[in-house]
Each structure stands twice: as C-alpha cells, then as structure tokens.
Design a protein around this ligand. Structure first.
Ligand SMILES: C[S@@+](CC[C@H](N)C(=O)[O-])C[C@H]1O[C@@H](n2cnc3c(N)ncnc32)[C@H](O)[C@@H]1O
Length: 250
C-alpha cells in the first residue's frame, strides 16, 4: 500500500486521539435517547445523509444483525412511522425483539444462508434500505451483498455495509478478498462499458462511430454510485436502469 501512495502520502505522521462530541443531527438525537444500540459515533452523520431521502415516506428497511434490538427501535423512531423494519440474526434469542404491532419484525437465520434470505425477501421485500451489521466476516459480507443487492433491493434503494474495518482483523477476515476489494470490483463493474470501448467517440452524440449498445454485466446497469467512508460503504441502486453516458462536443 505505502509504495502505491507515493512518498508524500506515505510519510508517517502522528495521529493523536481526540474525542469530539457525538455529532449533531436528528439521528444523533434519536441515538442519544436509545438503549442497547451499538454504533460508532462517526457512522451517525453518514447514516443521516444516506437516509435523508427516505424519511418522508414509509419504507422497508432490512438490518442484518439485531443483537440487543436497540438499532431496530432506533430506526423505528427515526424513519417514517409507517415504515417496516426487519431484522435478521443468527442468534435465536433475538426473536424476542419481534414486535409486529410496532412494525418491527425479526427472523432468525444466517446471512450466508441464501434460502433463508429468500424467505425473508419473499415475506417482506423488496427493501428500500439494507444495512449489513451482521457477522462482519468478509465472506458473509460479500456473499450477502451478491444475493441481496440484485434480488432484494428496490430501485433507487441503498445498501450499506458497516464495520468494514473488521476485514483488516484476522478474526473476521476469512477470505483473501476483503469487502474493500469487492468494492473495487463493483467500481470496475460500474465502468464496464468503457472496457468494451477504445475511445470517447464511441459515446459521442452525432459521431458516426457512436455505439448504440454495449454488452455489460447487470451490475453496470444498476450501480448508480458508491460512497466509501471509514468503515462504511453505501452502494446506491439506480432508479430503474442507468442511462449510458454520452459525450457532447460543442
Ligand atoms: C454488531 S451486532 C449488531 C448490532 C446492532 N445492529 C446494533 O446496531 O446495535 C452483530 C450481530 O450479528 C449477529 N450475527 C453474527 N453472525 C451472523 C450471521 N452469520 N448471520 C446473521 N447474523 C449474525 C450476532 O448474533 C449479533 O447479534
């Protein structure tokens, strides 16, 4: 990594601990009034900005990883009151947080079990927001994304993966490929149409050589944007199919 950064960016500097206050915002207010919820402080403004477009209408949200149920209650209080909040967890004890009367549903199973995920999607999906805060094993994070993003996320929805730092810790990294590596592949997939082209004129309006169609992976047509933060990645699904970019020369 250091060699790739070049000498200026790779130069070692001291980074002392400072503890800023919990960030402001509606989600931070809800968080501060919650119990049994486990989030890193810097995630709150990330979630606030990612979820802002989803608060004015009822949505369906799936969170992988229920733990003590506090985050499900937090989303319940933060999102539109008619939203459906679904949590899944491998620990049978989390079934106690199933509370359909409050719009909170919990199902017990492993995030790596596609048959289980399919049942959850059939019962409650498609989801506008999916948040992976489950096992944090690299294989699970990648396999769960591979199934849920194409099969369970609504058009215009967002898929958030948290605690990506765990992939840098040997106890959680069970594959050579981390979720950060996988994010790089998603980035390449977003650009697949350029890989079957050799010049900008293939995309230029009015150019006789303009290509009218490209063969690309499905991912290319539905990944609109990827936001990468410290330990959180947000992948935005296009609202329908992305439109092929065009180059305009005036
Ligand atoms: C970090 S905690 C979730 C915290 C909760 N979302 C919160 O914000 O308070 C992780 C949860 O993932 C669950 N988990 C671990 N492995 C899992 C798996 N393979 N599939 C689903 N859930 C799993 C654990 O039982 C645990 O409750």
């Amino acid at each position: 990594m250091l060699r790739a950064l070049g000498p200026d960016l790779a130069a070692e500097v001291a980074w002392p601990v400072t503890d800023p206050p919990i960030p402001d915002g509606d989600l931070a207010d809800v968080f501060n009034g919650s119990v049994d919820v486990h989030k890193w402080a810097h995630y709150l403004p990330i979630y606030e900005s990612a979820l802002a477009p989803f608060r004015s209408r009822p949505i369906r949200m799936l969170e992988i990883g229920v733990f003590h149920g506090g985050s499900l209650t937090m989303w319940r209080r933060y999102l539109h009151p008619d939203s459906v909040i679904v949590g899944i967890d491998i620990d049978p004890a989390t079934a106690q947080f199933d509370d359909p009367a409050s719009g909170i549903h919990v199902r017990v199973g492993g995030q790596q079990d596609v048959d289980f995920l399919r049942e959850v999607v059939d019962e409650f999906g498609p989801f506008d927001v999916i948040l992976d805060d489950g096992s944090h094993r690299s294989s699970h994070m990648i396999d769960t994304f591979r199934y849920l993003f194409p099969n369970a996320l609504a058009d215009g929805g967002i898929y958030l993966v948290e605690d990506i730092h765990a992939n840098y810790w040997t106890g959680w990294r069970d594959t050579a490929t981390t979720f950060a590596d996988f994010t790089r592949w998603l980035t390449d997939a977003m650009h697949a149409h350029y890989q079957s082209s050799d010049s900008e004129s293939d995309f230029r309006v009015g150019d006789p050589g303009r290509k009218l169609a490209f063969k690309v992976p499905f991912a290319t047509t539905v990944i609109e944007k990827i936001d990468v933060y410290d330990s959180v990645t947000v992948v935005h699904r296009a609202d329908g199919r992305r439109q092929l970019p065009r180059s305009i020369y005036k």
